[in-house]
Design a protein around this ligand. Structure first.
Ligand SMILES: [Zn+2]
Length: 153
């Protein structure tokens, strides 16, 4: 970095106002102006920010089938006044599959859940971002605050 006043090359520049203009000046020139920031201006700080950015999208989107999917499917299907057989036909699936879904004995895959969501206009998939710092909202079952603190370490 260079001093805006004398052109001296130095790592330690100070942000200062010299005759009404904000400049980065060296220690020697500081006496000519009024220093705004006593901390030396560092280029390294900008670099850090640049490095941090690509690391951010590392969040993982986790998709989970809601635990009460069976009930949600059944309730909505019944509200459409559709029999399991009719409903199965509409979404080109087997009646037995609908039966198993509604009894909870079969957990739908994400793609099947998407199909059901679309047709029934219900929510069967919950999405959340997997991060190291988990919010209490997305904490898995049985996870206590104490566990979270331990994990953080
Ligand atoms: Zn200078």
């Amino acid at each position: 970095m260079q001093c805006d006043l004398c052109g001296a090359k130095t790592e330690n520049l100070f942000r200062a106002i010299v005759e009404g203009t904000e400049l980065n000046i060296c220690k020697d020139c500081a006496k000519y102006g009024k220093i705004i920031e006593k901390k030396p201006v560092k280029v390294i700080e900008e670099k850090k920010e640049y490095v941090r950015k690509p690391a951010e999208p590392e969040k993982e989107i986790i998709q989970v089938i809601v635990p009460d999917f069976a009930q949600r499917i059944r309730n909505k299907r019944e509200s459409f006044k559709l029999k399991q057989k009719e409903f199965a036909k509409k979404i080109s699936e087997k009646e037995s599959l609908i039966h198993n879904l509604e009894t909870g004995s079969f957990k739908p895959s994400i793609s099947l859940a998407r199909k059901l969501e679309k047709f029934l206009k219900i929510k069967l998939i919950e999405e959340y971002e997997e991060e190291h710092e988990q919010s209490s909202e997305t904490k898995p079952e049985g996870f206590t605050i104490g566990d979270l603190i331990k994990v953080k370490k």
